[in-house]
Design a binder for this molecule. Structure first.
Ligand code: IVH
Length: 674
């Protein structure tokens, strides 16, 4: 065995650093900086170096770890057995090599047969069941220690809380994957955009982020789904002899099992099926990134064991190359959003990626542009996966080495729409134009104000708002209310009838509730649900404007950053002037109906007592109120139910003496979910 050269040592250290950073970005921040393909390539390079020179294999090498250490406010959970990851095979040859390696360990492998399943591209989970009851759920974390996401998983409707069928081992961990459908992902990102939050890069990150929410009510709204594929017995016996039977059992117990699973007598049959999988996967309503091939007999699986505490020998992921194309990055353009966020995007020479013509793509943010050294004029690789917005992976090697390349791209210092100096808050990768009168922001802001979830002004879309601004008929939303049919009729695209209709729609928006107004007026961090929470507690504009940061923060579900943003908004002289002009125009919204009459707890009064197992008191109150219920401080005959946790005291006694129903957190979560 040769000693590593200094060059190899440096390269290994560099790979360790890059991979560790990528793990952190992926697992902790839910914001991947490398594509899967790039990550796999670098990991393989490091594995090869370590294989050739075991001295390079440091204890903290990313090749030894499954993911990054968990870092969040969620409680830590020790998995009973490590959560494994799978090695990848990118070709038929690599799959054949895998079988050959296994056959050297146990010659019965090739004749044992295989089960194949699609590889769901979501977030791995570990579900502990005791005597058929769901006890705890955790994320993978670093494979050994994960995060407790039990309360969030309870909101996943497909997860069986009590198992059906029979033959459950007394204690076991069910391994599976939570994921978001393309539809749910697109909807979630549209919502985030409306709420001025950065969109998720792909459904997998959206699923991982949703799973690690601190508020289960948010997780519920994300509509996470689930597939189970593996059973780890802790105590008891599993009545199955093959992976195929395990999947049957999982189904009988009530778990969703991914479609398209197949059983094969030998590897040749697996190889023949791979192509069919590739086209089946393209038609799935969710992301899948390959086929998992598993040695079918469980006895053989056990015999084969695990490599380096990280990957089982009995399974391998046969991956397909993602859809990637090369094209020229013509320009890096900037978009100004209504919150003032100035984000770069790629203007591309149109190119076909996976059957769709792509001419623009996301570049994420300026840090990524710098990190990947993306420059205007470069030949770049563009990837499109599923329904996700196409993304620029980076320049091709040839482009990087080209002479006469453009200079590195410089992030804007000033707003492209108004010229104001941009501000990049600490801890953020986005620059903001803070000029409330910026024409770019004003345009997007008025379009948002007129939107369906805001003031719902039908017939006032992007083009018309732009026209009204260009014609100087309006400067801001207050001016809308002074428009007359006569003014509009003279404009292009309007007739007598449509002019009257628009004026009527604008007038009708005066009746919209305060929550819609608060959402529409555009306060940083205030999306639809926060607007509702605020409007319920402070049902008029005056009440909210007069509230202190502390009072706002005391609203269940409203955090410090939101409270500060609301107070800053009302403290701003420009805002006060705008609100005064709106009021003169007859816009003085109130929240008449402060109870969600359609929620599952509509009209019900609940009392909280004791310490709940996973929810804080504030979170539990937020859940109840979001479901339309009311939280009272003391128990009376009017109380519908008491939610009791550990160390519940006199309120519990009183509930019992009055015959008021007492429930636990699990039941509460179940009720708010209906
Ligand atoms: S079996 C002990 N089967 O892919 C379980 N994994 O890179 C070992 N995955 O951690 C994995 N679909 O989160 C298996 N049908 C499937 C899968 C699957 C998705 C995920 C899983 C695993 C990762 C491995």
């Amino acid at each position: 065995m040769t000693r590593p050269t200094p060059g190899e040592e440096r390269r290994a250290a560099e790979l360790r650093r890059v991979l560790a950073q990528a793990n952190h970005d992926y697992y902790v921040l839910d914001a991947p900086t490398l594509s899967d393909a790039e990550y796999d390539l670098l990991l393989r390079e490091l594995q090869a170096l370590e294989h050739a020179h075991p001295a390079l294999r440091t204890p903290d090498s990313p090749t030894r770890r499954v993911g990054a250490a968990p870092a969040s406010a969620l409680a830590k959970v020790h998995h009973h057995a490590p959560m494994l990851s799978l090695a990848n095979a990118f070709s038929a040859e690599e799959l054949a090599e895998w079988e050959a390696r296994n056959a050297r360990i146990n010659p019965d492998v090739p004749a044992g047969g295989y089960t194949t399943e699609i590889k769901i591209d979501g977030a791995a989970i570990n579900l502990l069941y005791e005597h058929g009851h769901f006890v705890r759920g955790a994320t993978r974390g670093n494979g050994v220690i994960g995060e407790d996401v039990t309360a969030n998983l309870r909101t996943v409707e497909e997860l069986p809380l009590v198992l059906g069928g029979r033959g459950h081992p007394a204690r076991m961990e069910i391994r599976g994957e939570v994921y978001l459908s393309h539809q749910a992902f697109v909807r979630l990102n549209a919502e985030r955009e409306r709420e001025a939050e950065p969109p998720f890069a792909n459904p997998r990150n959206a699923a991982a982020g949703s799973l690690r929410q601190l508020d289960p009510a948010i997780t519920r709204r994300r509509r996470l789904r689930l597939f189970a594929f593996h059973v780890q017995v802790i105590e008891g016996r599993l009545p199955a002899e093959t992976q195929w039977e395990v999947l049957d059992l999982l189904e009988a117990w009530g778990f969703p099992v991914a479609p398209h699973r197949k059983r094969h007598r030998d590897l040749a049959a697996v190889q023949r099926a791979v192509e069919g999988y590739e086209s089946a996967i393209k038609r799935l309503p969710f992301d899948a990134d390959g086929v998992v091939v598993k040695v079918d007999p469980l006895a053989l699986q056990e015999d084969l064991g695990v490599v380096g505490g990280r990957e089982p020998r009995w399974g391998i992921a046969r991956k397909f190359a993602p859809e990637v194309a090369r094209t020229t990055l013509r320009h890096i353009l900037l978009n100004v959003g209504r919150t003032g966020a100035v984000t770069p995007y790629a203007d591309l020479e149109p190119v076909e990626v996976g059957g769709v013509t792509v001419s623009s793509a996301t570049l994420h943010n300026e840090d990524q542009i710098a990190q990947k050294d993306i420059r205007e004029g470069d030949e770049v690789e563009v990837m499109r996966a599923g329904e996700v917005i196409p993304q620029v992976l980076g320049p091709t090697t040839e482009a990087r080495e080209r002479k006469g390349r453009h200079h590195p791209w410089k992030p804007p210092t000033h707003c492209p729409a108004c010229g104001t100096a941009l501000h990049r808050p600490e801890d953020e990768v986005i620059r903001y134009c803070e000029n409330g009168a910026c024409p770019g922001r004003v345009l997007e802001g008025i379009v948002h104000y007129a939107g369906r979830d805001a003031m719902d002004i039908r017939g006032l879309g992007y083009e018309r708002v732009k026209l009204l601004l260009d014609e100087r008929l309006i400067r801001d939303v207050a001016d809308l209310y002074r428009l007359t049919p006569a003014q509009l009729e003279t404009l292009e695209g309007f007739a007598a009838q449509s002019a009257k209709q628009l004026v009527a729609a604008i007038a009708a928006s005066r009746e919209r509730p305060l929550s819609s107004f608060l959402f529409g007026i555009g306060i940083r961090h205030v999306g639809k649900s926060n607007a509702q929470l605020l409007a319920r507690r402070f049902p008029s504009l005056d009440r909210l404007a007069a509230a202190s940061v502390g009072e706002i923060e005391a609203v269940p579900g409203v955090g410090a950053a939101i409270a500060q943003a609301v107070a800053d908004f009302f403290g701003h002289a420009g805002t006060r002037d705008l609100l005064a002009r709106l009021r003169d125009a007859g816009v003085d919204p109130v929240e008449a109906d402060t109870v969600d009459t359609t929620g599952p707890l509509a009209g019900k009064t609940y009392v909280l007592t004791g310490t709940l197992p996973t929810l804080s008191r504030k979170d539990a109150a937020a859940l109840i109120e979001k479901a339309g219920g009311r939280v009272a401080g003391s128990v009376s005959k009017q109380t519908d139910a008491v939610v009791a946790g550990d160390d519940a005291g006199s309120k519990l006694e009183k509930a019992k003496s009055l015959g008021v129903e007492v429930i636990d957190e699990e039941e509460l979560v179940r009720r708010v979910g209906r």
